[in-house]
Design a protein around this ligand. Structure first.
Ligand SMILES: C[S@@+](CC[C@H](N)C(=O)[O-])C[C@H]1O[C@@H](n2cnc3c(N)ncnc32)[C@H](O)[C@@H]1O
Length: 508
């Protein structure tokens, strides 16, 4: 694996890499070692601009760089032959940086190119930390357009609108997505305006499926040499006429009007009394158009303990042994009344909210999520409801139910301090009788449990006196002690081979 894509000349202390390194090291303590993906993009863009690298990230023919670079790792182009003739970069008049969690990619792109940069992330928490980093570099901060400035229009539509603000065909840099369907959606929206589409990530997060997806939109897909276990997939020669550019690089009107429809499926559950629910999910939404098995267990526990049915018999332990006898089942005295104000903290595609709406038809439902795709998906799911048309909106119009059940959905980082939102729409402490929580334990492709800890604290603040948290997690995660610490005590409501559901109440 080469130590660098670049020849020595570009790596000297008076060279272009050293100049951008000084800016980046002032913002990121671990630069460049702690940011291998952004470093690789920095080298690729610098080498392309100098004409020493071709579109595949290898020495450009005739540039004299072939002998000077430290070699490649033998990975050639993928599906497009080994054409190395287009070595000199045609300057892209703008760039789009996607799902850059730290701001390092946006800064690298802005520092190595002259055009405007659009930065978009599905997670508004990622976008916020990127914003802080980018704002630290005065020289380029103003050239980076962020989605915050085009809110309240969320998600892919805002991205499409922003891409149209660029002066011509652009270069897209995407941090490797968790699922191919995320790439697919970005390609649908951006391939019409992107002359080059680059995916950057750790080797272990790159799949063949990503190459195949890029190849649907571009005639050439290259795999760059690896560097520090990171790699680029570079798609060029777009099939769409618009992104091939025009002589004048004129804006491409209407090129990105097409917003992909969410994937949709009718989801049945084994939980008694819950109808099939038509679930929709945009690409980046957790789980796709499905119900999460952990959330199904949680829903069944809520039905058993808070719904019209009697408590279910205890489930066996993970190893098949009888249920732990010590687990207290709530008595009538601590059995809360049916919840009227329910919050799903991290609502994903909205399936759980829609199901809770079916279980408690009179309740006011709220969903909060940090992901633009999740809120967009939950909006569609909750509006459609069950395949027979008996959706939330239909129930809202039912004269037998006094309160509307169409959920309020909020794009919000739930780790942020309360209150969230403003005015009548604000979500504040003490507002809910029931908070359901199926917390994340991944941040992108990394395992992370700190968010769950903060969300458990937030749930406690959000509950009214007598209100109750119901939380599900993978049984190997040690979340129950956290719930115990925050609430004083908890009870196990359910457990199966993979998941544990615990409940804890705020004193009345
Ligand atoms: C395991 S999923 C649960 C989805 C849904 N409640 C269900 O049961 O199907 C966790 C959700 O939490 C969201 N999430 C992660 N971090 C968050 C944060 N800081 N604030 C709000 N939502 C967050 C994720 O986007 C994801 O949709």
């Amino acid at each position: 694996m080469p130590a660098s894509l670049l020849p020595e000349a570009l790596l000297r202390p008076d060279g272009p890499i050293a100049a951008t390194d000084r800016e980046l090291a002032a913002v990121f303590a671990g630069w460049p070692l702690g940011h291998p993906d952004a470093r690789l993009v920095q080298e690729y863009l610098t080498g392309r601009a100098a004409g020493v690298l071709d579109v595949s990230g290898r020495p450009a023919a005739g540039s004299g760089a072939e002998a000077a670079t430290m070699g490649t790792d033998g990975n050639g182009t993928d599906g497009a032959g080994t054409d190395r003739t287009d070595g000199v970069d045609t300057p892209a008049p703008g760039s789009i940086v996607l799902d850059d969690a730290s701001g390092a990619l946006a800064l690298v792109v802005a520092l190595t190119g002259a055009g405007p940069v659009v930065a978009y992330a599905d997670s508004i928490a990622a976008e916020e930390s990127a914003r802080r980093a980018v704002d630290a570099v005065e020289a380029v901060g103003s050239r980076i357009q962020r989605m915050a400035s085009v809110q309240p229009t969320p998600g892919l539509r805002a991205l499409a609108e922003a891409s149209r603000s660029l002066p011509g065909p652009c270069r897209v840099i995407l941090s490797a997505p968790k699922a191919v369907r995320v790439l697919d959606e970005y390609l649908e929206v951006l391939a019409p305006v992107a002359a080059e589409f680059v995916v950057v990530g750790r080797d272990k997060h790159m799949s063949r499926g990503l190459n195949a997806e890029l190849a649907k939109f571009y005639d050439r897909v290259d795999v760059s040499p690896g560097r520090a276990k990171s790699r680029l997939l570079i798609a060029s020669r777009p099939r769409s006429a618009a992104s091939q550019g025009t002589a004048s690089h004129a804006p491409v009107p209407g090129a990105s009007d097409r917003i992909p429809a969410p994937r949709t499926a009718a989801v049945s559950t084994r939980v008694p009394g819950i109808p099939d629910i038509r679930v929709s999910a945009f690409g980046a939404c957790f789980g796709g158009p499905t119900s999460d098995p952990g959330s199904e267990l949680l829903l069944d526990a809520v039905r058993s303990h808070l719904g019209p049915a009697a408590p279910a018999t205890d489930l066996p332990e993970a190893d098949g042994s009888p249920p732990a006898a010590a687990e207290p089942v709530p008595t009538d005295a601590d059995q809360p009344v049916a919840p009227r104000r329910i919050l799903d903290l991290g609502c994903g595609n909205g399936w759980l909210l829609a199901a809770l709406g079916a279980l408690h038809p009179g309740a006011a439902l709220t969903g909060v999520d940090v992901s633009r795709a999740a809120i967009a998906s939950a909006t569609v799911t909750c509006a459609a409801g069950t395949p027979d048309g008996n959706g939330s909106r239909a129930r809202a119009a039912d004269p037998h139910h006094s309160q509307p059940t169409c959920p309020r959905l909020l794009l919000q980082d739930a780790t942020a301090p309360l209150p969230w939102g403003a005015g009548a729409e604000a979500v504040a402490a003490g507002m809910f009788d029931l908070v359901v929580l199926n917390p994340p334990f991944h941040d992108g492709t990394t395992i992370e449990t700190g968010t769950a800890r903060t969300l458990i604290h937030r749930a406690h603040e959000l509950l009214a006196p007598g209100g109750r948290l119901v939380c599900v997690f993978n049984s190997h995660l040690r979340y129950r002690p956290i719930v115990d610490r925050v609430f004083g005590t908890s009870v196990q409501w359910a457990r199966d081979r993979r998941f544990t559901v615990v409940s804890a109440a705020v004193p009345a």
